[in-house]
Design a protein around this ligand. Structure first.
Ligand SMILES: C[S@@+](CC[C@H](N)C(=O)[O-])C[C@H]1O[C@@H](n2cnc3c(N)ncnc32)[C@H](O)[C@@H]1O
Length: 284
């Protein structure tokens, strides 16, 4: 079954994302707006902004081209693509979550953009072979049980010579400081155990290569949580889960939270995860 964000929830299963340092991609959500809010929060992060700039530079979208974003969320990048391709080109976003799709459509309308959105899944893109000049897939692979299949779909829908950027986090790069190293290790391991594809970032180049694409460049940015935020709700929640699965004791959890709060108070605090972006093209 496709691993969409719609069937995951933070609360029983840790669902780390690539947010502000260590924030989840979504919170327990009664209202759909929360998901949109989280998306906006992440989009505003300096690390995401820098990597998106890198992606746009690598893709160098031209007027008249056709562009697609897979897992387009609230649609900001598709709207940016629509501006770049102009009236003679096309920009479309594919998104399985109906609420995100609706938000993206609303925003495109409001912006007077020609960006289009349609429901769809990375495992079976609703397009023919050799359709697009440009593709983008940002922070989707971490949610996929079958990322290699998604890479194959991207390769299929790209025209020969078409360019793609795929970017995602790698939870093997997570840093939680300060704190006892063993306790921190167990908390990060708990987070990794609850993520569908926790090492997505390091696997991107290999998966795109296996799909027949040629890797041109790899970029990265650490997403660093604002030190003023303190221990961070997700770290506290994951620490609770580490206790529940017997990896750390309650005392160790309490000490970790105390260490993080003390660190935040003095500016000696660092919560981060690194996100990697791979630029590739389909050979002629
Ligand atoms: C962290 S959000 C990123 C959204 C958008 N790419 C952005 O950068 O703002 C992850 C996105 O992946 C989408 N997603 C999850 N599983 C997917 C799948 N199987 N196929 C396509 N998109 C998927 C989610 O619905 C969500 O829009």
């Amino acid at each position: 079954m496709p691993d969409t964000m719609a069937n995951s929830s933070v609360g029983t299963v840790p669902q780390p994302g690539t947010g502000s340092g260590l924030q989840p991609d979504r919170f327990d959500r009664d209202g759909q707006d929360q998901l949109v809010d989280v998306n906006d929060l992440h989009a505003a992060l300096p690390g995401i902004r820098r990597l998106r700039n890198w992606a746009h530079e690598a893709l160098a979208v031209q007027p008249g081209e056709s562009a697609v974003e897979i897992g387009s969320g609230t649609g900001s990048e598709v709207i940016a693509f629509a501006d770049l391709v102009g009236p003679t080109g096309s920009a479309i976003g594919v998104e399985p979550d109906p609420n995100l799709l609706a938000a993206a459509e609303r925003r495109a309308r409001k912006a007077g953009s020609t960006a289009k959105f349609q429901p769809g899944d990375a495992y079976g893109l609703p397009f023919g072979n050799d359709t697009f000049d440009v593709a983008l897939c940002e922070r989707v692979f971490q949610h996929l049980t079958g990322p290699a299949r998604a890479a194959g779909e991207i390769a299929r829908v790209l025209k020969p010579g078409g360019r793609v950027v795929v970017m995602d986090s790698d939870w093997g790069t997570a840093i939680v400081h300060p704190g006892d190293r063993h306790v921190v290790h167990e908390v990060i391991e708990t987070m990794i155990a609850g993520t569908t594809n926790p090492f997505a970032g390091r696997r991107l180049a290999g998966q795109l290569t296996a799909a027949g694409l040629v890797v041109d460049d790899i970029g990265s940015h650490a997403l660093i949580q604002d030190g003023g935020i303190g221990a961070g709700a997700l770290v506290a929640r994951i620490a609770d889960m580490a206790v529940a699965r017997g990896s750390i004791t309650e005392r160790q959890r309490d000490q970790l939270i105390a260490d993080l709060e003390a660190g935040a108070a003095t500016g000696d605090s660092h919560l981060s995860v690194t996100i990697f972006a791979v630029a590739a093209h389909k050979p002629l």
